[in-house]
Design a protein around this ligand. Structure first.
Ligand SMILES: Cc1ncc(COP(=O)(O)O)c(C=O)c1O
Length: 423
């Protein structure tokens, strides 16, 4: 479990250094490790909540609306492209930074959509999912003593990897939802959290788990925050193509000043319904990419060759990513309207394939208990929002909210809603 410790140089109530104790889910106890003369590199880390909840859903034959992956197949044209690449002999090590054709296709996409021209030879690197891009970026850029600002709630990978790099995560909480409104970032709080040790800010918009997006005014705020500060931005944009209601994704690569100080990360898993392939990428100025590639070279080294060739070919048709938002918007609406017929109070999602719902009218249980109860007793697996906080048991982390994933077949969503209406 993570716990919050007030910081000596605290400039506003929300700024805190995260420290960790050993959770009960660790497979080896500290004394086991001592006997073996081993010291864990990740002392606060156990099995992720996504694995725990998915396992619970399997055990209780519940519909899994917890973990973020589609329960439907990708486009057969993409499968054909990959299998053709295999048959054409693309089965040996591809170049370390990725297949040139795929990097060129990413360059064109970033230029078409965001107006930034990344040089594919030096600025675009294909990685083993967005996870490896995040891992390599943090290990390359964060040094012992550096502080990294993380906006809470946050995706679970960030904190352990910041710590592995020797950095100190600084949590800046969002304002939680009230009434019809969703979560909100207060940029003044982010500004207040910056110290002379701040090396980077991690951003993740469209945001998992809250489903909020950046507006142009947020980019303005970010420009002011990092101006002449030397602070880098690590922008996890894996849901870049899932932005609803006719809005456009505000990638950091849209603004030259932000792009010059950012690593922009994405994932083909989320865009093309192939989370199991683990292919992602990162775009960053050449001197930053060079450092990231040094870590990538001795980590994964490179990424499965036929997938890269298949993806490069599939990307030639931009409809495949441009139509993703309308595909998911129908599913979002199906779940949102369906939940309005239950005792849950859904919070509208502006992006990603996640939607939050408030259960205060049903139960007063803490979020983790409610999520387990819903999975076991009512056959619908979900993720408690508190799991995305550094202290899941804290009062601030428990707002009677659970996260649903709607990257599911319509039949799955309808069956889940049938269960939920009975509550
Ligand atoms: C915000 C965020 N970042 C990164 C990832 C990891 O992406 P990948 O599977 O491509 O490693 C996920 C996956 O759920 C995510 O939600």
């Amino acid at each position: 479990m993570w716990f919050f410790k007030a910081h000596g140089r605290q400039r506003y109530a929300g700024r805190g250094i995260l420290q960790q104790s050993v959770p009960s889910t660790s497979r080896l106890s500290l004394s086991d490790l001592k006997e073996m003369n081993l010291q864990t590199r990740m002392p606060g880390v156990g099995t992720t909540i996504f694995t725990v909840m998915s396992q619970l859903a399997i055990e209780h034959k519940a519909l899994n609306l917890g973990q973020g992956f589609p329960d439907f197949s990708p486009d057969p044209a993409l499968l054909d492209a990959v299998s053709n690449a295999m048959k054409a002999g693309h089965n040996q090590y591809p170049p370390m930074p990725g297949v040139p054709e795929l990097r060129a296709a990413i360059r064109k996409k970033a230029l078409d959509l965001y107006g930034h021209d990344y040089d594919e030879t030096t600025e675009i690197t294909i990685t083993a999912g967005a996870s490896e891009a995040l891992f390599c970026s943090l290990l390359a850029l964060i040094h012992p003593g550096d502080e990294v600002i993380v906006i809470e709630p946050f995706y679970d990978l960030y904190i352990p990897v910041i710590r592995l790099a020797g950095g100190t995560p600084i949590a800046v909480p969002m304002t939680p939802p009230s009434g019809q409104s969703s979560y909100r970032v207060d940029w003044q709080h982010v500004r207040d959290a910056i110290s002379d040790r701040t090396r980077a800010i991690i951003l993740n918009f469209p945001h998992n788990p809250t489903g909020i997006n950046l507006e142009e005014s947020d980019l303005d705020a970010l420009e002011k925050i990092i101006s002449n500060s030397g602070v880098l931005l690590i922008s996890d944009e894996v849901y870049e193509h899932i932005v609803f209601d006719g809005k456009t994704h505000q990638s950091l690569s849209r603004r030259p000043q932000l792009a010059a100080n950012s690593v922009v990360i994405s994932s083909f898993g989320k865009t093309y319904h192939v989370t199991g392939w683990k292919v992602g990428y990162c775009c960053a100025p050449a001197h930053i990419s060079a450092e990231i590639r040094k870590i990538h070279q001795f980590n994964a080294f490179t990424v499965t060759s036929p997938m890269q060739y298949g993806l490069a070919q599939y990307m030639q048709n931009s409809d495949h990513h441009l139509q993703l938002a309308s595909f998911y918007q129908k599913k979002r609406d199906r779940l949102y309207h369906g939940l309005q017929d239950t005792r849950f109070r859904p919070v509208q999602s502006a992006g990603t394939f996640f939607l939050l719902a408030n259960y205060a009218d049903i139960s007063d249980m803490p979020e983790a208990d409610f999520a387990k109860w819903l999975t076991i007793e009512h056959g619908v697996g979900v993720i408690p929002m508190s799991a995305f906080y550094h202290d899941p048991e804290a009062i601030e982390a428990n707002n009677h909210l659970i996260r649903f994933c709607f990257a599911k077949r319509d039949e799955t969503l309808d069956s889940a809603l049938k269960h939920l209406r009975k509550l």
